[in-house]
Ligand binder design. Structure first.
Ligand code: NI
Length: 163
């Protein structure tokens, strides 16, 4: 296992769009272990492969207080079930250190994904998990939480980051 280096905004590599995972092998399992180790060491509740400069569609999440409920979503995709049902949450991101902002997202989604063995799954997650999944899937699309903010606020964060 190894801790991975996390890219930080405004690194252009965070803007790459990740491609689907097609090989479910030992090296994928090892990489997922490294992602989990990195997330735990950095005290994050989620991490996308894009953040560690690996541009395949993999996210890991643990929203439990005990930090003992790792969830792995490979090739995750979601559909919004009810766009009137929204949840506002104060989000942070390991790639935008020191910044938290209220972001509004749909809280009713239908999610499909694969596990490390390639098995297919589907669920309708709710609450913080839904927020976290959408935040991480954004990373796979090259999108960051700062994109939800006003250009003025985003500029301020960019200036602070380049100091
Ligand atoms: Ni993030």
């Amino acid at each position: 296992m190894a801790k991975l280096n996390i890219l930080t905004f405004p690194d252009p590599r965070l803007r790459k769009v990740a491609v689907p995972v097609t090989k479910f092998d030992k090296s994928l399992e090892n990489f997922v272990s490294d992602m989990l180790e990195t997330m735990y060491e950095e005290n994050g509740i989620g991490l996308a492969a894009s953040q560690v400069d690996f541009h395949e569609r993999i996210i890991v999440i643990d929203i439990s207080d005990e930090r003992n409920d790792p969830k792995v979503f490979i090739n995750p995709e979601f559909k919004v079930l009810n766009d009137k049902s929204l949840l506002s949450f104060n989000e942070g991101c390991l790639s935008v250190p020191g910044v938290t902002e209220e972001i509004v997202r749909p809280d009713s989604i239908y999610l499909t994904w694969q596990d490390v063995k390639g098995e297919h799954h589907a669920d309708e997650p709710s609450g913080l998990l839904t927020v976290c999944i959408q935040h991480e899937i954004d990373h796979l699309e090259g999108k960051l939480m700062v994109d939800y903010l006003s250009p003025l606020k985003r500029d301020r964060i960019r200036k602070k980051a380049s100091k």
